[in-house]
Design a protein around this ligand. Structure first.
Ligand SMILES: [Zn+2]
Length: 454
């Protein structure tokens, strides 16, 4: 049971919130209703907001003055389908090249202070994005929606292991509450933070000492932790949910988390420069697009919208960033469109987030897919603590392994046989035994990296 913080002396319940929490609660009140609207009703309201954004972009942002005029945009408040689908996509390269030309010459003062943020290298080419107090308000309102969807009990301890904490809490830090926006609105219990650069044994000890109700980290780090808990026979009896963000989640990881701690994994799909893109449904493993904040399209190679079951590029339009509008921005992520959700929410469904092209395998015949590797594929063959596959040629894979006892020729042959049967092509292998597999940019591990193709 979560209770709201009151701003009035001697009034504890029901609380009378101050201005900042009141604003967040008022946003939440609307989000609670709009999630149940029909897809048509949601699209109608998105169009109204999009009209405002396009008008602002055309009249105050140099980059869009040209681009929208060239696409035939006029003062029409509701863009037509033909106009919209003729509008070029915005790549990370476009953003880097455009620089200041993407910034509005008239950022509305009511949108609050603006600030630059830089995305981490782990998401491809780093870009700088200008965000405002208003985009921060939407971010925080969606943070609270995610908590409500998954019925979090704020009195329990939250333990977060984050790449972002490598600098500010490298050895771990304990705080009295969950921090903004949760503790601004609600009474909340303690939260602890640690950088994910710490060895997994150290992270596990830290978690055992704190016994969290909720554990938040990146999927690759969660995978390493869950394997460690299973291998060491350790438990976290107070854990209610494992939460992830920032990388791709597989069904194999969801099963591993169940095996390690007996709890579900709840994932959120976000990007610093656009905010929350899609949140996991409270009743299913798939995701609902956050249509109140973003217009999300999933497009095939010809630029047409994908239908349920198809995989395509994710293109996003930020509906409320009037400092640096991102219109049809492609961040190099791919997703599979899902059918309407049985939960009744009208928010569009993404069945899976598939990650980036850099993590796709290319077969010599040109087919591409995102490979996944259950740990037992390796651990059944030898004492293998960590692995990474790199495609460094059309038919060639490098297999990097941390195998303290080494590998016999028979074990190498068996590993190659298993991977070949999983990928459906007789790749050639080079084995490289290493002491450790370093984290990539942003302190993340990647099981598979392709150096083939574009
Ligand atoms: Zn749903």
């Amino acid at each position: 049971m979560n209770t709201v913080q009151s701003s009035v002396p001697r009034v504890l319940w029901p609380a009378v919130p101050g201005p900042v929490p009141a604003r967040l609660l008022a946003m939440g009140f609307q989000l609670e209703q709009s999630q149940w609207w029909s897809p048509g009703e949601i699209q109608g309201q998105q169009r109204r907001q999009l009209g405002q954004l396009l008008d602002h972009a055309r009249t105050t942002v140099p980059f869009y003055r040209q681009r929208l005029a060239a696409a035939g945009h006029d003062a029409n408040p509701s863009p037509s389908d033909a106009f919209w689908h003729g509008l070029p996509l915005l790549s990370r390269e476009d953003i880097q090249e455009a620089g200041q030309a993407l910034v509005s010459e008239a950022i509305p003062t009511a949108h609050g202070h603006h600030r630059w943020l830089q995305t981490s290298g782990s998401t491809g080419r780093p870009i700088r994005a200008l965000v405002t107090g208003l985009t921060g308000l939407f971010w925080n309102a969606l943070v609270l929606r995610e908590h409500h969807w998954h019925r979090r009990d704020f009195s329990r301890r939250l333990c977060a292991l984050r790449a972002e904490a490598v600098d500010n809490a490298p050895d771990g830090a304990d705080g009295p509450d969950w921090g903004h926006p949760v503790s601004t609105v609600y009474r909340s219990g303690p939260a602890s933070l640690m950088g994910i650069h710490q060895p997994v044994e150290r992270q596990a000890r830290w978690l055992m000492e704190r016994q969290p109700g909720y554990l938040l980290t990146h999927p690759s780090n969660l995978r390493a932790l869950a394997r460690h808990f299973v291998d060491a026979g350790l438990k976290l009896p107070g854990l209610v949910q494992a939460r992830t963000y920032g990388e791709t989640v597989t069904d194999e990881l969801r099963a591993l988390v169940r095996a390690a701690w007996g709890v579900p994994l709840v994932d959120a799909y976000s990007a610093q420069e656009v905010g929350y893109i899609a949140l996991q449904c409270p009743q299913h493993d798939h995701y609902h697009v956050q249509s109140e904040s973003l217009l999300v399209e999933v497009l095939d190679d010809d630029g047409r919208p994908c239908v349920p079951g198809e995989v395509g590029r994710v293109a996003m339009t930020t509906l409320h960033n009037f400092a640096m509008p991102l219109i049809r921005y492609v961040n190099q992520d791919y997703a599979e469109v899902g059918p309407p959700c049985p939960c009744g929410r009208g928010l569009p469904v993404l069945r899976r987030i598939l990650g980036r092209r850099r993590n796709m395998l290319t077969l010599p015949d040109g087919r591409r897919f995102w490979p996944s590797f259950p740990a037992h594929l390796f651990t059944e063959v030898a004492d293998i603590r960590q692995f990474q596959l790199i495609q460094d040629g059309p038919a060639h894979l490098e297999l990097r392994l941390v195998a303290p006892g080494g590998l016999t020729p028979a074990q190498r042959e068996e590993l190659a046989r298993r991977i070949v049967s999983r990928f459906g092509h007789p790749f050639e292998f080079r084995f490289e035994l290493v002491d450790a597999i370093p984290q990539g940019p942003g302190h993340k591990y990647e099981d598979f990296i392709s150096r083939v193709g574009d």
